[in-house]
Design a protein around this ligand. Structure first.
Ligand SMILES: Nc1ncnc2c1ncn2[C@@H]1O[C@H](COP(=O)(O)OP(=O)(O)OP(=O)(O)O)[C@@H](O)[C@H]1O
Ligand SMILES: [Mg+2]
Length: 293
C-alpha cells in the first residue's frame, strides 16, 4: 500500500486541522487524525454519527482543503447501480434513430451517456472527492456493489468497455447508523465516529458560522442544546440547530425581545418534532438558555 505522508502540502494531522479551520470546519483532534490517515493510506473514510454532527460538512470541507471537487452520491432506499454509475439517454437515442435515417449510427457514444457520480469520480480521480452520503439508507445489495467498486475502482460498461481509475479517488462515506453496515465494507475504510462536539468547540463553531452572535449567547445556547440532547427526544438538535438558534434568538433580541423569551420564541429552529415539543413544553423554563448578553 502506498503511504503518502504529505497530501496536498499537508504534512500532519495538525496541518490538516489548521487547513480545515480556514475552510470554516472545526475538527477535533480525533477527526483530523482519522482524516489525515485515510488520505495518507489512500483508504476511504467512513464517518458515522447522529444527524447533524457535521459528517457531510466534513467531507465538503476536506474537498475544499484538497482543492478537489466534491462529487456527491446521495443514497436512498432502492438506489441501484444505474443511478450511481451511468444510464443511457433513451429519449436522445430515439431521437437520433429517427433523424439518422439510413446513416450509420453509434447509439452508445459519449453523447448518449448520462454520467452518474461513481463514473464521474472514476474518470476524474485526481481532482475529485467522492462523497457517498448516507449509505445506511441504501439496501444490502447496493452496499455489496459499492464494496466491489471500492475494491478495484473499475466499472464495466458492456457497450463501450471498462473504465478504470488511474489512481484511487479520495472517498468519504457517511452513515447515520440507522442500520449496521457490512463488516467487509467497514474493514476497507478508516472509521471515525463523530460525536456532538465538546461544548467549547461547539461554541467556537457557532462563532465561526453564525453572523452577529455574541460569545455569551453562543455559550448559553450550547449549554442549553446539550441539556436538550440529554432529554429523551426523537430528534435531538444537531450543530446546525445550535447555530441557527443562536442566530434566530439574536435577531429577535435585536428587535426588542428579552433574553430567555427570545430563545423561547425561536425554539422552532432548534426543536423540530411535535412530540418532542409536547414533551418539552412543561420543562422548557429549566432548559432554555439563561441570560445572554
Ligand atoms: N465541526 C464543524 N465545524 C463547522 N461547522 C459545523 C461542524 N459540524 C457541523 N457544522 C455545521 O452543522 C451543519 C450540519 O452539518 P452536516 O449537514 O454536515 O451534518 P450531518 O452529520 O451530515 O447530518 P445528517 O446526518 O443530518 O446529514 C453544517 O452545515 C455546518 O454548518
Ligand atoms: Mg449529512
Amino acid at each position: 500500500m502506498a503511504v503518502r505522508a504529505n497530501i496536498a502540502g499537508l504534512s500532519s494531522p495538525e496541518a490538516l486541522q489548521r487547513a480545515l479551520v480556514d475552510a470554516q470546519y472545526l475538527a477535533d483532534d480525533a477527526l483530523a487524525t482519522s482524516s489525515y490517515l485515510a488520505l495518507a493510506l489512500g483508504k476511504p473514510m467512513l464517518l458515522e454519527g447522529a444527524p447533524g454532527v457535521g459528517k457531510t460538512e466534513a467531507a465538503k470541507a476536506l474537498g475544499g482543503v484538497l482543492g478537489r471537487q466534491v462529487i456527491r452520491l446521495q443514497c436512498f432506499e432502492g438506489i441501484d447501480a444505474a443511478a450511481a454509475l451511468y444510464e443511457w439517454n433513451y429519449p436522445r437515442q430515439m431521437l437520433a434513430i429517427r433523424q439518422a435515417g439510413q446513416d450509420h449510427l453509434n447509439l452508445y457514444g459519449e453523447e448518449f451517456l448520462l454520467e452518474r457520480p461513481l463514473l464521474t469520480a472514476l474518470r476524474n480521480p485526481a481532482t475529485s472527492l467522492l462523497l457517498i452520503d448516507e449509505i445506511d439508507r441504501a439496501d444490502h445489495e447496493f452496499e455489496a456493489f459499492l464494496l466491489e467498486f471500492l475494491s478495484d475502482f473499475t466499472i464495466s460498461i458492456p457497450e463501450t468497455g471498462t473504465v478504470r481509475a488511474m489512481q484511487p479517488p479520495v472517498v468519504v462515506l457517511t452513515s447515520n447508523r440507522t442500520r449496521d453496515l457490512h463488516e467487509a465494507l467497514r474493514r476497507r475504510c478508516v472509521y471515525h465516529w463523530i460525536d456532538y462536539p465538546h461544548p467549547a468547540l461547539e461554541a467556537q463553531i457557532v462563532m465561526a458560522r453564525a453572523s452577529r452572535v455574541a460569545q455569551a449567547t453562543a455559550d448559553a445556547v450550547v449549554a442549553s442544546v446539550n441539556a436538550l440532547r440529554a432529554e429523551p427526544l426523537a430528534k435531538p438538535p444537531g450543530v446546525a440547530e445550535t447555530i441557527e438558534w443562536a442566530e434566530a434568538a439574536t435577531l429577535l433580541n435585536g428587535q426588542g425581545a428579552r433574553w430567555p423569551d427570545a430563545f423561547r420564541r425561536a425554539i422552532g429552529v432548534a426543536v423540530k418534532d411535535h412530540d418532542d415539543m409536547a414533551y418539552l413544553a412543561p420543562r422548557l423554563d429549566g432548559l432554555l438558555p439563561g441570560e445572554a448578553a
